[in-house]
Design a binder for this molecule. Structure first.
Ligand code: ZN
Length: 224
């Protein structure tokens, strides 16, 4: 067994690696593919396991370029790998093939293939999504766009207007993270002052998905 940073992988071509275990979300699907590709080069069965959490993204967000064009590319790659990690429905091989504009067939071996047939318990949470989007607008308008995910969760648990939207703060936090994963909101990192500590702020994405949820033409399903 070898424990190493991802940089160790470069230039290593050992064919009979059976397991690659990754701790933390990679910065892109390309990085994930490159790491996974170190297992099973002899054509025999192998396993790539990825352990990740939502907050792993912060490492990559902090290290994003200060140059806008490069930063946008990096954030787009991070969003794609985040969606890949949280996807529970589509075969991993198919997702990877699609990412590289190829056609893939279900592998019948990955976690998502093994999940086929399980009862999906996502429920209609459109009312929650609307409330979260509206609350974020309210907060960003009054706080000069300096609103953290925890600020939004704090405001949401105080809302009393709709009992059906009541969630605990922990559940609202998971729900808001899900909205970021599903591209309805986004995280931005900014320095509070010159050379000050960097903070993560959240705002709504102004896209078709958010518009259709707000207009009621799309139902938002989610499982906390
Ligand atoms: Zn599969």
């Amino acid at each position: 067994m070898i424990c190493c940073t991802c940089a160790f992988c470069l230039g290593i071509n050992k064919k009979n690696v059976r397991f690659v275990i990754r701790n933390g979300m990679p910065d892109s699907i390309e990085q994930l593919t490159q790491e996974a590709g170190h297992a099973g080069r002899d054509g025999e069965d192998c396993v790539y396991s990825l352990y990740f959490g939502f907050n792993d993204r912060k490492f990559h967000l902090k290290n994003a370029s200060s140059e806008d064009e490069t930063k946008n590319l990096q954030l787009n790659r991070l969003q794609l790998v985040t969606s890949f990690c949280y996807n529970k429905n589509t075969c991993r091989q198919v997702l990877l093939a699609q990412h590289f504009s190829e056609e893939g067939k279900p592998c019948n071996k990955c976690d998502n293939c093994e999940r086929i047939g399980e009862v999906e318990t996502e429920i209609d949470m459109t009312t929650h999504a609307k409330l979260a989007l509206l609350t974020t607008v309210e907060l960003t308008d009054t706080n000069y766009n300096k609103v953290t995910l925890q600020d939004i969760a704090d405001a949401l648990i105080k809302k009393k207007d709709n009992p059906s939207t009541k969630l605990s703060k922990t559940n609202w936090t998971s729900f808001l993270q899900g909205m970021i994963v599903n591209n309805l909101m986004r995280e931005e990192i900014r320095s509070e002052q010159k050379k000050g500590a960097k903070k993560f702020f959240v705002c709504n994405n102004d896209n078709e998905a958010t518009k259709s949820i707000m207009s009621g033409s799309t139902t938002y399903f989610f499982k906390i």
